[in-house]
Ligand binder design. Structure first.
Ligand code: GLU
Length: 558
């Protein structure tokens, strides 16, 4: 075909496209950021839910931009309408928001966005893709292909029968590559449907190399496939949309899942054909776990693992700081050292570096997350914890919410026990544990259970409680409180001195710890609790008295 034919072909294929790529170059100018600033994007498809790997990737995008003084944005890749679900976009933006992952630009919710490089939803960008496509046709770099699905599968079968090293639409197999202008025109006039293909100039002998920011230098065969750019409905494939969008949105660093590595040669060829600068690539590892049954490492799966969905962590009530803190330990080997040197600093201030990311699959471990979260929660102020528990309960535990919202001060005091000190307790890892954790503070949900340890006889427990009822006072200071408990020991055959007990166990019924245990079980039904003196103060005289009496009565009947 001559240059004139290409020109005529472009008009024939895209009669309504009246812009040029130059128009978009001016509409979306270079961003003018400072030297070294990185522009990153998170580009999910709205197919139903936000995978934990998505949050992980988004965090890498946001931190990479932030550390370099650049820009991160959220783009919705919705060109595959078959896979899309109705509130897919909200699932993504809500999931991000719940964990405080905020982009500078892009889609902010269903039908809303911010930033000057939009629209940030691919289905609203068809005109841009078609403009670039038209210019490729004008330059002889793309052509329409009329092959039917049957023809394409026949082609594949033939290639397989020939023992071809590479299968696909290329070279001598690319039937439509060399159609004349008149043949194409006739096909179009007869109403045949077509896709637009890239005219690859790659060669089977050549290899290309590129520098992956995480994996280092990668060498692969050059692309030779005449890839589909626009499908028969004029909508672009992922490959073509990626190239156009990341160019016009001025992305400098394409950070995406490792499943895309094999497509890089194709993408580099397309960037070059379009006359666009090739961005830097970073392919992140997959989020894996050890399979409970086989102990093998495998990808987190939506079907088998509830924790694959970001919404799981919202429903369970993991604070956003915990999940982000944990993801950072997975993402970057230097994070834990940094954290030790910078306690109390928000995790998102970490000087993140793509090059320090591991390239092998990162293992998601709920047990480790639980530990991280216990630390994070232990460092929170009581007011903060109470506020978050209340928020969580309002949404996910209405009965508990009805109980706690009646008396916010009481909730706060209960949560303040053994908190806001240099060695806070680390009991809580997520808000859904709190109703059970605080059960004995609320008669409405408390079921007494006065079972004693083996070494304490019910009659002795009753004697301890009968005496304690006479002397306890929730207003006592801690020393007085403890000396009253010690004071119960000797008259009842226990010793206040643990060492003395250990030296001569047969001489005593037990020691002061056993006496405290009796009181603790009577008041809380548990043998382990946060500081009992504080617990009693929060519960107040009436609750404590009635519980001591019930327990004493219970042991009296045994
Ligand atoms: N929409 C693609 C996906 O969800 C995005 C890949 C990319 O980030 O370029 O896998």
């Amino acid at each position: 075909m001559t240059q004139q034919d290409y020109q005529a072909l472009a008009e024939l294929l895209f009669p309504s496209v009246d812009k040029t790529p130059q128009y978009y170059e001016e509409l979306y100018p270079e961003r003018g950021l400072k030297e070294g600033a990185r522009v990153t994007r998170f580009a999910p498809s709205p197919t139903g839910y936000l995978h934990i790997g998505g949050l992980f990737g988004a965090l890498v995008d946001v931190l990479t931009a932030k550390v370099s003084g650049g820009v991160s944005y959220l783009r919705i890749e919705d060109t595959d309408k078959k896979r899309e679900i109705e509130d897919g976009v909200s699932a993504i933006t809500n999931g991000m928001r719940a964990f405080g992952v905020e982009f500078d630009e892009g889609v902010t919710g269903f039908g809303t966005e911010k930033g000057a490089y939009g629209p940030y939803t691919q289905s609203s960008r068809v005109e841009i893709y078609q403009t670039v496509a038209k210019s490729l046709v004008e330059r002889g770099l793309a052509y329409p292909c009329f092959c039917t699905a049957d023809e394409l599968s026949a082609l594949r079968e033939k290639q397989e029968a020939d023992g071809a090293a590479i299968t696909g639409y290329f070279g001598k197999y690319a039937k439509c590559r060399d159609l004349s202008f008149n043949e194409i025109k006739a096909n179009i006039e007869s109403g045949k449907s077509w896709v637009l293909r890239f005219r690859s100039d790659g060669s089977e002998e050549k290899r290309i190399t590129f520098e992956d920011m995480i994996r280092g230098r990668i060498e692969m065969p050059e692309n030779i496939i005449d890839e589909v750019l626009l499908k028969s409905d004029g909508v672009p494939t992922y490959h073509f949309a990626h190239v156009c969008d990341d160019h016009f949105m001025r992305t400098t660093h394409v950070i995406r899942g490792e499943e895309w590595i094999s497509s890089v040669p194709k993408h580099i060829a397309l960037f070059k054909a379009c006359g666009f600068r090739v961005p830097k690539y970073a392919h992140t590892p997959q989020v894996m776990k050890f399979d409970d049954e086989t102990s093998d490492k495998r990808k987190l799966s939506k079907r088998k693992d509830p924790e694959a969905a970001v919404s799981y962590f919202v429903v369970e009530g993991f604070p956003k700081e915990s999940l982000i803190e944990y993801l950072l330990t997975l993402i970057s080997s230097g994070f834990e050292d940094w954290r030790r040197a910078n306690p109390g600093v928000p995790a998102t201030d970490y000087p993140f570096n793509l090059k320090k990311m591991s390239s092998s699959g990162c293992l998601f471990d709920l047990v480790k997350l639980t530990d991280v979260s216990k630390n994070v929660i232990s460092a929170m102020k009581a007011d903060d914890v109470a506020g978050r528990v209340t928020q969580w309960a309002k949404e996910y535990s209405p009965d508990f919410y009805n109980l706690i919202e009646k008396n916010p001060g009481y909730l706060r005091d209960a949560l303040n026990i053994d908190r806001e000190n240099p060695k806070p307790r680390k009991d809580i890892s997520k808000w859904s544990e709190v109703p059970a954790y605080l059960e004995y503070f609320y008669d409405e949900i408390y079921t007494p259970c006065f079972t004693l340890p083996q070494n304490i006889a019910p009659a002795d427990a009753k004697a301890v409680l009968d005496e304690y009822i006479k002397v306890f006072d929730v207003n006592d200071d801690k020393d007085t409180w403890f000396s009253k408990i010690k004071g119960l020991c000797e008259p009842l055959g226990f010793t206040p001195n643990v060492k003395e007990y250990k030296a001569n166990p047969d001489a005593f019924k037990g020691h002061v710890g056993d006496v405290s245990t009796v009181i603790r079980i009577a008041v809380t039904s548990r043998s382990q609790t946060p500081d009992l003196w504080s617990v009693m103060k929060v519960l107040g005289t009436d609750k404590v008295r009635s519980r001591l009496e019930s327990a004493a009565a219970f042991y009296g009947k045994e």
